[in-house]
Write a protein that binds this ligand. Structure first.
Ligand code: 9Z3
Length: 368
């Protein structure tokens, strides 16, 4: 096995081994392993050509205390992962959905959280029979979503596995990758979760809630000058270990690269690909991620996928002027698919997933 060194001294896989040795195994791990084993076995026996994708989704927490009251988190709501899972199912994949607990889920995402509160889609029936019904204007879409959800459920195509902390996530990723090995080239890893780069190792973590009124637990100073100083360690570069040890060599591995600076995006995506030597990095900017992404491949190509202007969903946090600003090379002109009036925004995942499925087909048929 080739050695991947993060600092010129210790190979990445040794950092990973040490991490798993020093941090506690999540309680849910054995249950999740059993569910995954059963899921994979079912598909291997019943549809041997079925492809299975592991979609990771949402943010990871970094607890500050063992009995956790406070933690560090990030912005990810799991939209990318939950939406992508639906399009993978549409492409015929079975999906293992490793998601941050309480983040968005495939299908139910259409009716959850404050932007799509499910109660707003319902009303009391006007026939005075006491029933609650879906409002007329939402019937068609809800029927479609419900049918797709039920299809996935009845055919055992979707396995939901939650995690919370970065440590939970890494333990599960490792065990899922190993369990997916028998799938060979039919396994796809789609790593969309926003994983923390830093954490507090178990040996340095406070057991109880960090107190604000005494000087235990990292609080320094007194009165108005009291500060909480936290030292975080880097999370080992697990992607390297995933590619070179945990996953089957034949599987396809796709990671995401998130940046905020348009000038860095493509070069950082290229660096990641060079370092980990997996198959594809999908780059996205925080402010334009719902409208454009870039595929960076090992042949040096930079390929942009964009939702046409007229079909972009409105987004309060998005910055439309930045669309196109991270583009460095022009392999082909961006195509504006269609103009005209929009009823509903187009989801960028509807472009990403069919494209990925094609690349995956090519890898299955011709090898890497
Ligand atoms: C992504 O870049 C995802 O597309 C987003 C999706 C997290 C931006 P939302 O959940 O956001 O739809 O709101 N995910 C990967 C981010 C990441 O942590 N990548 C690592 C890195 O950039 C490499 S694995 O170093």
């Amino acid at each position: 096995m080739s050695e991947h060194r993060s600092n010129g001294a210790v190979p990445d896989h040794e950092h990973a081994d040490e991490y798993f040795h020093k941090n506690p195994t999540p309680k849910s791990l054995s249950k999740h392993q059993a569910l995954t084993r059963e899921f994979i076995q079912y598909h291997l026996e019943n549809s041997p050509n079925r492809r299975i994708v592991l979609v990771t989704s949402g943010g990871t927490t970094v607890p500050l205390e063992n009995q956790t009251v406070r933690f560090i988190d990030n912005f990810s709501a799991g939209t990318r992962g939950a939406t992508s899972a639906e399009y993978f199912l549409q492409e015929g994949y079975a999906v293992i959905f490793l998601h941050r607990q309480y983040s968005l889920l495939p299908y139910s995402r259409h009716y959850s959280h404050s932007t799509n509160c499910f109660l707003d889609f319902m009303e009391e029936s006007d026939t005075n029979d006491g029933r609650v019904v879906v409002r007329k204007e939402y019937q068609d879409k809800m029927r479609r979503v419900l049918q797709q959800y039920q299809f996935a459920k009845q055919n055992r195509l979707l396995l939901l596995l939650p995690f919370t902390t970065v440590t939970d996530y890494l333990f599960q990723l490792r065990s899922l990758a190993v369990l997916m090995q028998p799938l060979g080239s039919r396994a796809l890893f789609y790593l969309a979760a926003a994983v923390s780069d830093f954490f507090i190792p178990r040996e340095r973590m406070e057991e109880h809630k960090i107190q604000s009124r005494d000087d235990k637990g990292g609080s320094q100073g007194s009165g108005a000058s009291r500060q909480l100083v936290i030292n975080l360690d880097p999370v080992p570069k697990f992607l390297s270990t995933l590619v070179h040890s945990w996953a089957s060599k034949e599987s396809m591995i796709v990671s995401f690269k998130l940046e905020t600076d348009p000038n860095l995006l493509v070069s950082k995506a290229e660096q990641a690909l060079k370092r980990y030597r997996h198959d594809l990095v999908i780059g996205n900017l925080l402010t334009t991620r719902k409208w454009e992404v870039v595929f960076v491949t090992r042949d040096g190509a930079e390929r942009w996928l964009r939702v046409p202007k007229a079909r972009r969903s409105k987004s309060l946090s998005g910055v439309e002027e930045l669309v196109g600003k991270a583009e460095r090379k022009h392999d082909r002109e961006p195509v504006d698919l269609e103009g005209g009036t929009v009823t509903e925004g187009m989801e960028i995942e509807s472009l990403i997933i069919p494209e990925l499925a094609l690349i995956h087909t090519d890898m299955i048929e011709h090898g890497k």
